[in-house]
Design a protein. Structure first.
Ligand code: ADP
Ligand code: ADP
Length: 224
């Protein structure tokens, strides 16, 4: 039973004759605990696909199901709640809250869901990502790699079933990128989280269990 299924997924922008088929009839599924990299050149539809999987963007047609629940059957409030409980997001530009310190940034998704922080889990994540000495720091006091590690911790703290990462190393130098990739892979393994990452960097895609390549909105390689 896959944790995520996309069926006949399409996202079109504009109308004929100026239509852009950003995602054009994509079908795939991801198993629980799998690490999938979605690769493709700029403009191939990666971000659009990831945003639909994460319920941030509404498909023109087709469905996304997570744990057998169809995102299209949910209204806005239900979708917000579902996202908060089931999906962790990691963005290229980290999206940390500048007025909160590292600790507060990491635990934010738990607070937003009115839950208690699992202190032991927090400690494990912080240790794994090497953030022990940074918890009181503000985001602007951190390097890019450190900020991205905070963003990874934040995406994982609520123990979402799926973590979606959009070019997580896009703003980092290659050495820092490789270590962030290792940490991302290790932490998703350790905590049995499904990880779907988009990247245009084929070198970093090699960290994944499976690579799906898309071109012009279609999967051309790597589907099962
Ligand atoms: P990638 O992430 O692979 O770079 P995108 O998903 O961002 O690709 O974009 C796929 C295609 O859809 C591109 O041609 C892009 O210009 C177009 N596109 C994406 N978002 C929009 C939008 N909001 N309005 C119009 N066209 C868009
Ligand atoms: P990346 O390839 O780094 O993911 P993009 O430039 O493709 O970044 O897209 C960044 C954002 O801009 C996305 O949210 C996408 O939907 C939007 N976007 C991309 N292309 C267009 C476009 N032609 N018109 C309007 N919005 C777009």
């Amino acid at each position: 039973m896959p944790i995520l299924t996309a069926e006949k997924l399409k996202k079109y922008y504009g109308t004929e004759p100026n239509i852009t088929r950003a995602v054009d009839d994509i079908n795939f599924s991801v198993e629980e605990g799998e690490f999938v990299a979605i690769v493709g050149t700029s403009g191939s539809g990666k971000s659009t696909l990831l945003n639909m999987i994460g319920g941030l963007d509404i498909p023109t047609s087709g469905t996304v199901s997570i744990r057998s629940e169809k995102l299209s059957n949910m209204d806005d409030d239900q979708l917000t709640l579902f996202r908060r409980r089931n999906i962790g997001f990691i963005f290229q530009n980290y999206n940390l809250v500048p007025i909160l310190n590292v600790y507060e940034n990491i635990v934010l998704p738990v607070y937003l869901d009115n839950k208690e922080v699992d202190a032991e889990f927090m400690e494990q994540i912080v240790q794994l990502l090497g953030l022990e000495s940074k918890l009181d720091s503000m985001p602007n006091q951190l390097s890019g790699g450190q900020q991205q590690r905070v963003a990874i911790a934040r995406a994982m703290i609520a123990k979402p079933a799926i973590v979606l990462a959009d070019e997580p190393t896009g703003n980092l130098d290659s050495k820092t990128s490789a270590s962030v990739m290792e940490l991302l892979k290790d932490s998703s393994r350790k905590f049995c989280q499904t990880l779907i990452m988009i990247t245009h960097n084929i070198e970093f895609a090699q960290f994944a269990d499976r690579i799906i390549r898309i071109e012009d909105g279609c999967i051309v390689e790597g589907n099962i």
